[in-house]
Write a protein that binds this ligand. Structure first.
Ligand code: 5GP
Ligand code: ZN
Length: 118
């Protein structure tokens, strides 16, 4: 069973913010911003590339609920999902990073020439 499935099953403890039948949100163990929450479907889905539109619609509402709950809806936030190797995905269970609580920087994403063809 994958790491986040164990968090869903409460085999591994986490700091839960919101939970319903289909989703769970908890604080990232290694926060990259004052607010750094992970929102995941309880169903094991490898990555964003596999999620169905119906579940994604509900996932969007859940992410909005979290933003309201932790009061970053007005100040703003960023939602990120890393997909696969090039995307930098380390845990192979779909998760959305919700980052906020401060003005975020826009990162340096790659050493490759951004104009380069691939
Ligand atoms: P990824 O690189 O796959 O997009 O992000 C994985 C995230 O999961 C990282 O930000 C990492 O800090 C977080 N993470 C890894 N293991 C755990 C854990 O056991 N508990 C919690 N709460 N977060 C974790
Ligand atoms: Zn899983």
């Amino acid at each position: 069973m994958c790491l986040f499935c164990k968090i869903v099953n409460k085999e591994i403890p986490s700091n839960i913010i919101l939970e319903n039948d289909e989703f769970i949100a908890f604080h990232d163990i290694n926060p990259k911003a004052p607010v750094h929450i992970l929102a995941i479907p309880k169903l094991h889905i490898d990555s964003f590339n596999e999620i169905k539109p119906e579940l994604m619609a509900k996932m969007s509402s859940f992410i909005q609920e979290i933003a309201n709950e932790v009061k970053i809806d007005k100040t703003g936030y960023r939602v990120i999902t890393n997909v696969g190797d090039n995307g930098g995905q380390e845990v192979q269970h779909l998760h959305f990073h919700i980052l906020g609580g401060a003005k975020l920087k826009w990162g340096h994403f790659s050493d490759a020439d951004p104009q380069g063809h691939f």
